[in-house]
Design a protein around this ligand. Structure first.
Ligand SMILES: Cc1cc2nc3c(=O)[nH]c(=O)nc-3n(C[C@H](O)[C@H](O)[C@H](O)COP(=O)(O)OP(=O)(O)OC[C@H]3O[C@@H](n4cnc5c(N)ncnc54)[C@H](O)[C@@H]3O)c2cc1C
Ligand SMILES: *[C@@H]1O[C@H](CO)[C@@H](O)[C@H](O)[C@H]1NC(C)=O
Ligand SMILES: *[C@@H]1O[C@H](CO)[C@@H](O)[C@H](O)[C@H]1NC(C)=O
Ligand SMILES: *[C@@H]1O[C@H](CO)[C@@H](O)[C@H](O)[C@H]1NC(C)=O
Length: 413
């Protein structure tokens, strides 16, 4: 079959690897000049000289918030010499580079080629258009791997436009050194908010961390604040009435799902950050030869993309593994009812953190693919319950067990 893959980040390269392994003819379109997506760092920010936007969100000195053992593809461990558990952005990118080289993926990636339109054709085929060409040869399947840490989400706050300080989204944050001796306000205390607060706490004069909900995060040298009520020229007024003089605001308020290149006829809509109708967060129920890889969040994304890619390729080959359209819609509806019953807002519908084990098990059961070893999910769950970076070293002993060590030398014992 002819397969189009959109994006060469984690989700794109793992999809490409397995699609080639199945003997498909693959074109992987990548907007930038490099593979790696999120894991590529660039100093550039904002816009290119020609006015086109730069979508990069990596920053300097980033250390992973998960141990590398759960940031892996199946049967492709990190090399022996990488001992530490929490590794740098460069080390992750090196891992992806090793993967691309080992499986000879590079010649299938079409760099500097942005997919601008995807449309279904008769006979379950697809037309894919890029800024370079309107390729008329039809594809049998499309893997959408465009990532969802791409379009920054900003809250609207009174007085924002009058504020004289510096305001950026975490997507534009690059180098902590720019904030030396500044009074910094970080809005949002999720992964990036807390991580950037840790980066700045010994660099900035003061770091305030604001969140709408009461937070139980204690970071040394970081002052917790409630929601921002309004901005005045140089000041920020908080919900508890306190006022602080602020030089720079960093919005760590997340990203939006967007699929600007999907033609309306693809049948996909996005409302309140919920992409639908998708079966198991992957399959376009209206056209089940379109697969979206890497969309659920709050999970080990390398492992999830690996599993989703293999799931998709298996059901693509063997269509009778999939339920009927009617039953896929029913499955989706049951999922929605369950979330609504739990009062989970629609913006959180792609968050599978709570039902993670069940979600992975379902993909395995439907398609019959091999699951990853249970120890990886155990370690991931342990990390979720004990967030933050520690100096611990994790060592996988076997499929079921890991141990924690405090020094590199004790790892080899
Ligand atoms: C700051 C930051 C820190 C993170 N830290 C961790 C961590 O410690 N551990 C962890 O497991 N995860 C972490 N993540 C999550 C991380 O994004 C995932 O691990 C993973 O890299 C997502 O891969 P992806 O392929 O889905 O998306 P991306 O990496 O975003 O890749 C998408 C690719 O698609 C391309 N593309 C988009 N649109 C088009 C188009 N129209 N045409 C052609 N190409 C297109 C993009 O250029 C990009 O290369 C972090 C994310 C961020 C933003
Ligand atoms: C992609 O574009 C960049 C910038 O224009 C260029 O430097 C690079 O060589 C191109 N890469 C490929 C593989 O064509
Ligand atoms: C703008 O420039 C960048 C970097 O050189 C390039 O990758 C991109 O394709 C250009 N965009 C347009 C619309 O020409
Ligand atoms: C269309 O795609 C095929 C392979 O999928 C490629 O060989 C060909 O060069 C493409 N045509 C154009 C005009 O880009």
């Amino acid at each position: 079959m002819k397969v189009a893959i959109i994006g060469a980040g984690v989700a794109g390269i793992v999809s490409l690897k397995y699609a080639l392994e199945k003997g498909h003819e693959c074109d992987c379109f990548e907007e930038t000049g490099e593979f790696g997506g999120t894991w590529v760092y660039t100093d550039e920010n904002g816009e290119h000289e020609n006015g086109s936007k730069i979508y990069r969100s990596m920053y300097k000195d980033l250390i992973t918030n998960l141990p590398k053992d759960v940031m892996v593809f199946m049967d492709f461990p990190y090399p022996e010499h990488v001992k530490e558990s929490f590794i740098s952005q460069q080390q992750v990118l090196q891992y992806l580079t090793d993967y691309v080289n080992y499986f000879k993926l590079n010649s299938h990636i079409k760099y500097n080629e942005t997919v601008t339109k995807v449309q279904p054709l008769p006979d379950n085929k697809w037309k894919v258009t890029t800024q370079k060409s309107e390729n008329l040869s039809a594809y049998d399947a499309v893997f959408v791997c465009n990532g969802h840490f791409r379009y920054p989400k900003f809250p609207k706050i009174v007085g924002q436009e009058l504020f004289t300080g510096f305001q950026i989204h975490s997507a534009e944050y690059r180098d902590r050194r720019l904030f030396r001796d500044k009074q910094v306000l970080i809005i949002g205390a999720s992964y990036s908010g807390t991580d950037i607060a840790c980066q700045l706490k010994d660099m900035a004069r003061t770091v305030y961390l604001s969140h709408w909900k009461p937070i139980n995060i204690k970071i040394e040298n970081v002052l917790n604040k409630p929601a921002v009520e309004l901005f005045e020229f140089k000041n920020v007024v908080f919900a508890d009435g306190s006022i602080e003089n602020i030089d720079a605001v960093i919005y760590c308020t997340g990203y939006e799902y967007r699929l600007p290149f999907l033609d309306e006829s693809c049948g996909i809509t996005i409302k309140n950050n919920w992409v639908q109708p998708l079966y198991k967060h992957i399959i376009n129920i209206e056209h089940p030869t379109m697969f979206i890889i890497g969309y659920p969040h709050s999970l080990p994304s390398f492992l999830a993309s690996d599993l989703q890619a293999r799931f998709s390729l298996t059901v693509l080959e063997n269509k009778n593994l999939l339920p009927s359209k009617e039953n896929m819609l029913k499955d989706l509806n049951d999922y929605l009812c369950n979330l609504r019953r739990k009062n989970i807002p629609q913006t959180q519908f792609h968050k599978v953190e709570l039902g993670l084990e069940k979600y992975f098990a379902e993909l395995v059961k439907i398609s019959g693919i091999k699951h990853f070893p249970p120890v990886l999910l155990k370690l991931y769950m342990h990390k979720i319950k004990n967030p933050g970076k520690d100096d611990k070293l994790y060592k996988i002993l076997d499929d079921e067990n890991y141990i924690t060590c405090s020094t590199i030398s004790s790892l080899s014992k």
